[in-house]
Design a protein around this ligand. Structure first.
Ligand SMILES: *Cc1c(COP(=O)(O)O)cnc(C)c1O
Length: 368
């Protein structure tokens, strides 16, 4: 911060210390944007039409997106009050954390995980407590359970984990929930659930009604390709969702977003066929990376994680120079979203070059 950027009013020091959100560099026209886990397919015409049909935007939207809640409730066999819609599931994370945790409280999660978690916790006034990912880049749930104290108010479980792609299994999650006090809120963040093909993975939608302290989060941003419209949902006990609703900025979910989500559910077969293409592309990329001698944890999401450590910065530059915009997390690794088919050959070529230059014994190097 330069002196002229010093705030002239008294602000919360922990907020001033947070990095302001700055979106990654826009990809230049010829580059592939593989940095935000977006869906590379263009929106379906039927979804575009549904958005365009919402023309009465001189009026406020329906505050609770009732039609969408009812549709999701019917699908998951819950009451419509057990579904809560937000302007992206990040909004729901913010609401739930704020509802449960404040100054003096702790929010527990695995790290590295979703980059939004630390600042959402700081904004709530609570303190982050993190447990390192296992060596295979998945959550260490027994270690997390051991970190629960009377101050813990929220546990965030991300499966598949962003940015590593590793899932929590159904068995691991059940064992974890058995250890968690039933008055401690657990949020299962499943932003990438639709890309999961491993039958052992946890699926929060099969657990609805089983735990009084569990909220499952899903989003239309990734698999359904609605990132720019901002719509996600939480499913869980009414009392918890009511507390989230009380913290929400009213009327954030637009009529266009609700209409697009409903139209996407109508077009689900077509959209899930695209998801299957992405998942197969992911599996092909992972196999090719392994063949090239690059170790990447087993991803069940629409991205892969390259645990390049100190080589992250130089590797990012190579990808950028080759026309691939990727997401570095210094000094741990690079997350690469599964994008257009035309991006794959370059991704594999540059990855093979990178692994050749890793020193022998580097954890990401599988070459002899
Ligand atoms: C992308 C993402 C979200 C939510 O994104 P929205 O666009 O706000 O719905 C939530 N959690 C994780 C882990 C994500 O990667």
């Amino acid at each position: 911060m330069s002196p002229s950027d010093q705030p002239s009013v008294r602000l919360r020091p922990e907020i001033v210390a947070l990095p302001a959100y700055r979106q990654g560099k826009a990809a230049n026209a010829s580059a592939f944007k593989l940095s935000s886990n977006e869906n590379p397919f263009d929106p379906l015409p039927g979804v575009v039409d549904a958005v365009n049909a919402v023309s009465a935007f001189n009026r406020y939207p329906d505050a609770s997106a009732l039609a969408l809640r009812e549709r999701l409730a019917a699908r998951y066999g819950v009451a419509s009050d057990e579904v809560h819609i937000g302007a992206g599931s990040v909004a729901l994370l913010a609401q739930l954390i704020t509802a449960a945790a404040g100054p003096g409280d702790e929010v527990l999660y695995s790290w590295r995980s979703f980059e939004a978690y630390p600042s959402l916790v700081t904004v709530s006034g609570a303190t982050s407590v993190t447990v390192p990912n296992r060596a295979d880049h998945g959550h260490d749930l027994p270690a997390m359970a051991a970190m629960i104290t009377p101050r813990t108010r929220v546990v965030l479980v991300c499966s598949p984990n962003n940015p590593t792609g590793v899932v929590v299994t159904a068995d691991e999650f059940a064992a974890f929930m058995d250890q968690v006090p039933t008055d401690l809120l657990v949020i299962l963040d499943e932003a990438y659930a639709e890309f999961v093909t491993d039958p052992a993975a946890v699926d929060g939608t099969t657990l609805l009604g089983r735990y009084p302290n569990l909220v499952v989060l899903r989003t239309f941003s990734k698999a359904y390709g609605l990132a720019g419209l901002r719509v996600g949902y939480g499913i869980g006990p009414v009392g918890i969702l009511d507390a989230a609703r009380a913290t929400a900025i009213p009327l954030s979910v637009t009529g266009q977003a609700s209409a697009a989500a409903l139209a996407s559910l109508d077009a689900e077969a077509e959209l899930l066929a695209r998801v299957a293409v992405i998942a197969a592309r992911r599996d092909g990329i992972q196999q090719a990376l392994a063949g090239a001698g690059l170790h990447s944890p087993s991803s069940q999401a629409n991205f892969v994680w390259l645990p390049l450590g100190e080589a992250t910065a130089a590797a990012t530059e190579r990808f950028t120079d080759a026309g691939l915009v990727v997401r570095p997390f210094h000094p741990e690794g690079i997350r690469v979203s599964i994008g257009e088919e035309e991006s794959v050959a370059t991704l594999l070529r540059i990855s093979a070059e990178i692994v050749q230059d890793l020193p022998t014994g580097h954890p990401a190097r599988r070459l002899g």
